[in-house]
Design a protein around this ligand. Structure first.
Ligand SMILES: [Zn+2]
Length: 245
């Protein structure tokens, strides 16, 4: 065989819910995949667990307003119309039932077939994972199971939010990707534009490289793994598959 290439994620889905801790978490590469999906008629919603108020030197309330406005522009750049933002505390997000309950509610409301979450591993190739990202990723993983069980957070079912079991769980694929999404061309350009939409946030980070300089470089590495020009890689689990023994 002429080298192993990662398979494309089968695009047999209609609705994707992306759950992240902060404004901008989707825009460091993942939003290029979102741009491809929305261009193909797939509906994508974002659930942000915090308003990102601790992410800039400005006073928190001012930062929250500014970052939400930039997030809305980032969503528009990749065709995302459903943006839900919760007000869990930025920087000190706690893994626990509060977080699981809130994510579960959004899964039952939006009814995605795919949930895209944060990395929950401590170690990554680019350093130790940030605390909020780990909490968000683990709570999302658990909330997917919660959402399918009517006896967990049953008060939501009483509010007419029926149990719902998404099929796929995706997390960013560094350290063991299983699938890729080809984002060559227009999806990558829109992904770059979505990070550029966080202009004030990026301007407040000394020495931050221009999105057009580094987002394509990361996607090019992903592309090599998949045998295309640019790709976003995921660790993907089919939660409806029979367990293999
Ligand atoms: Zn973040």
């Amino acid at each position: 065989m002429p080298g192993m290439t990662l398979p494309a994620l089968p695009e047999e889905f209609q609705r994707v819910l992306c759950v992240v801790a902060h404004p901008d978490d989707m825009e460091y590469g993942l939003s290029s995949a979102v741009a491809r999906w929305t261009a193909n008629g797939i509906e994508v919603g974002y659930l942000l667990l915090t308003r990102g108020e601790a992410g800039m030197p400005n006073p928190p309330e001012e930062t929250a307003r500014l970052r939400l406005a930039e997030q809305q522009a980032a969503c528009a750049a990749v065709g995302v119309e459903q943006l839900t933002v919760l007000d869990h505390p930025d920087g000190v997000l706690v893994y626990g039932l509060d977080l699981r309950r809130d994510i579960c509610r959004e899964i039952r409301r939006f009814k995605p077939d795919v949930v895209l979450g944060s990395n929950f591993d401590v170690d990554t190739p680019h350093g130790f994972e940030q605390a909020d990202h780990r909490a968000a990723g683990l709570a999302t993983l658990d909330a997917i199971r919660d959402a399918g069980n009517r006896w967990i957070f049953p008060e939501q079912v009483d509010e007419d939010l029926e149990p719902h079991s998404p099929r796929w769980y995706l997390v960013p694929g560094f350290g063991g990707p299983t699938h890729g999404v080809d984002v060559s061309g227009e999806p990558l350009r829109r992904g770059v534009a979505s990070l550029e939409a966080h202009a004030a946030y990026l301007a407040a980070i000394p020495g931050h490289p221009a999105p057009a300089d580094f987002i394509p470089a990361i996607a090019a590495m992903g592309g090599q793994a998949m045998g295309v020009e640019h790709a976003v890689l995921f660790r993907a689990r089919d939660l409806h598959a029979r367990p293999e023994f």
